[in-house]
Design a protein around this ligand. Structure first.
Ligand code: SAM
Length: 428
């Protein structure tokens, strides 16, 4: 058994009982945190608190659903080893750029070169036509629907230039700047509105800004963030891995703390926004649509483990089933997936150490689903000790959650999520 120098259980109990976990009015854009929009990010102070209080420098912090990597950045800033996993290719790109020290001078030069090359490509009609002709018909139709013709030409020119970059870190930096001009709340240079945080809809009256100019501005902003984040200790190891939280590519009992926020039961379809970037990176739209079905919280039902649900969880699913049997299937699948994810967290944690899981309630067909309590019950069953569940209020201006849309198209603004829960487990 590992020698635990801090009493994680006592510290966790104290944090959950005594600490205010809202962190409103505190900055969330320092270091590399604001390089790219991402739905339902942690406020950085939340992982920071648990990492600081429950680990010592040099220990390993894991986020098995790392999203945009807030926990990884905070772990690195605090001199901990950081490991993150995500199934989403854009999350992986964002995390790698956020946590890899890059010379601001080199990045600035690479952006300058990319803009110069892209400007050249814009005058080369056959190169642009050949790039745009490489999409399959469905991907082509998606792009034609969402991106104005002139913008398509600029984006193609930028991608042709970015693909010339041979240094993989600089290329990732350029791709991140590229993505951050499209995947934004306002839909960036696409014709979409409400991208990134909600369901996109087309606004044919939108006059998109120049992609080339936006790229230049975003790249410069990214370089400034890289300059400001030089405080990140270059000596600590950060690993951002592609993978599935239900089958972690990590050895057993090697992790000192887990801090994570899984998708909510029915909240965000990440791929809906991320495909706006990923198609330009060569991913066919069909394979992206297929891939979204394996995310935790997916709408498409691929497993039905209802019989294996624990009593409180089964009651919750049954109540929903009385209103909407299909939605009950989606919820049952969510809890089955989260059971597998919690089992993996328990496997990789060292004994005596903590897992912090941040999740919110969902409203499905008018029924409030107490996801935190359900996950608490599931965690205990797979062998974790539930130390406590604390509430935190969401800063509605910040952590934008999507408005749900009912079948009749009515938007349920009133059902937006106002609070979420911080669940604390210890591996005995
Ligand atoms: C709420 S977000 C995490 C946000 C993160 N805490 C941050 O600050 O950016 C949930 C993440 O879970 C990821 N996810 C969904 N299913 C997954 C799976 N099966 N394995 C790993 N990650 C998954 C999503 O891609 C998404 O990035």
């Amino acid at each position: 058994m590992a020698i635990v120098e801090i009493d994680a259980r006592a510290a966790l109990r104290r944090l959950l009982a005594e600490r205010e976990l809202d962190f409103h009015k505190e900055s969330s854009s320092y270091s590399t945190h604001a390089l790219h929009a991402f739905a339902a990010k942690f406020p950085p102070q939340l992982p920071r608190l648990f990492i600081r209080e429950l680990t010592t420098p040099g220990e390993t912090v894991l986020d098995p659903m790392m999203g945009s990597g807030t926990a990884l950045v905070e772990a690195a800033l605090l001199g901990r080893r950081a490991v993150g996993v995500d199934i989403d290719p854009l999350a992986l790109l964002i995390c790698r750029v956020k946590t890899t020290p890059l010379s601001p001078l080199d990045a600035s030069q690479a952006a300058h070169d990319a803009v110069a090359q892209a400007t050249g490509y814009l005058r080369d009609a056959s190169a642009i036509a050949s790039f745009l002709g490489s999409f399959d018909s469905k991907t082509r139709a998606f792009i034609d629907y969402w991106i104005a013709e002139e913008t398509q030409r600029e984006l193609a020119a930028l991608m042709l230039a970015i693909n010339q970059q041979e240094d993989s870190q600089l290329k990732s930096f350029l791709l991140l700047a590229f993505s951050s001009i499209i995947v934004t709340k306002s839909g960036g240079v696409s014709l979409a509105r409400d991208l990134a945080h909600s369901r996109p809809h087309k606004d044919a009256t939108k006059v998109p800004k120049s992609a080339m100019e936006q790229f230049r501005l975003r790249a410069a902003k990214t370089v400034r963030a890289l300059e400001a984040s030089s405080a990140m200790p270059g000596t600590v190891a950060v690993e951002a891995l592609p993978g599935d939280c239900r089958q972690l590519p990590i050895e057993s009992e090697t992790v000192d703390l887990i801090v994570t926020s899984p998708p909510y039961a029915n909240a965000i379809d990440y791929m809906r926004a991320h495909k706006f970037t990923l198609v330009w990176l060569g991913e066919p739209i069909d394979s992206l649509t297929e891939r979204r079905s394996v995310y935790v919280g997916a709408e498409r039902i691929r497993r039905d483990d209802r019989d294996a649900l624990l009593p409180f969880v089964a009651d919750t699913v049954r109540s929903l089933g009385e209103r909407d049997p299909r939605k009950a299937g989606v919820l049952a699948q969510y809890f089955a997936d989260m059971r597998d994810a919690l089992r993996e967290m328990a496997r990789v944690l060292r004994p005596g150490r903590a897992a912090i899981v941040v999740v919110g309630p969902s409203t499905m067909r008018g029924l409030r689903i107490d996801a935190a309590r359900c996950l608490g019950v599931i965690g205990e069953r797979i062998g974790l000790d539930l130390v406590g569940i604390a509430d935190r209020k969401l800063d509605r201006d910040r952590r934008m959650m999507p408005a749900r849309t009912e079948n009749n198209g009515r938007t349920l603004i009133e059902h937006r999520i106002h609070d979420e829960q911080v669940i604390g487990f210890i591996k005995p």
